[in-house]
Design a protein around this ligand. Sequence first.
Ligand SMILES: C[S@@+](CC[C@H](N)C(=O)[O-])C[C@H]1O[C@@H](n2cnc3c(N)ncnc32)[C@H](O)[C@@H]1O
Length: 305
Amino acid sequence: MSSTGKQAVYGAPPPSLANVPARAAQCSPLVPGAQGLEEAPDGSLQRIIIAAPPGVLERRFVLAQALRALAPGGELVAMAPKTKGGARLRKELEAFGCQVVETSKQHQRICACIRPDTPRGLDAAIAAGGPQQPPALGLWSQPGLFSWDRPDAGSTLLIPHLGGLSGAGADLGCGAGALALAALASPKVSQLTLIDIDRRAIAAARLNVDDPRAAFLQADLRDPEAPLSGLDFVIMNPPFHLGAAEDRSLGQVFIARAGSMLRKGGVCRLVANVGLPYEAVLKQSFSRVSALGQGHGYKLFEAIR
Ligand SMILES: C[S@@+](CC[C@H](N)C(=O)[O-])C[C@H]1O[C@@H](n2cnc3c(N)ncnc32)[C@H](O)[C@@H]1O
């Protein structure tokens, strides 16, 4: 965030609820190119408007970072759907020592406050929501990432099917890098690009995947301009939501993008929840699709371009 950017916005507050000035610096980790709120110097912001994320640790991290970055007397406005954290916002801000004015509109709770002279508990909330290595995961991660503190069951099922890959590939929606680590176990893999929209995922993956064959890219794969082409393989556990919002078409977009990034004959191996409608788009984007297995609510595919 530039030092002249005194106003900031986190995420996409509904325009009907918040008047975000055009010059406000975006600081959401889900916007490629945006600089992190973590990087804003202490006391450098006059005002911040936050579309608060749904997870408790992640949300308290963002609120605490915002209070740290605000100048004394600066204004914080945070909002969230009532059932996705909004009902807890007021108490969370009060616990930091804020005097909160709360309103409710369009199923959202909107909390406004002035930064207190001496906010309480910021360091603890920043540590609890910051980068860390959850023991059950054994990798660097951060609250807010997909399955941030334990291995995902779908990815765990896919990992044994990632042996024997070769050439140049990509891990679409890499998260902390669990699938990439499995693929890089094959010495025949010459290069692997880990792509994710989430800056925190890319930062964690950089720490976890310490391999000269790995490259890292924060990018939105909904962008029709595919960032790579002519690949030998793609691996993925495609997303079906981004932030708080479920979006089943995201996985379909990932499948189409995988098809456009592979060379003819290139292979895509993926896992999906059994209920997700991916078969039609797999058939459209690939010449051959076979099931690698199914179980525990997931289905695994191999698709040849
Ligand atoms: C189901 S998670 C899989 C994470 C990791 N590959 C694993 O197996 O543990 C899907 C990932 O896709 C990322 N993602 C969601 N939407 C995206 C988009 N539009 N472009 C790029 N990555 C996206 C998410 O941030 C998330 O890390």
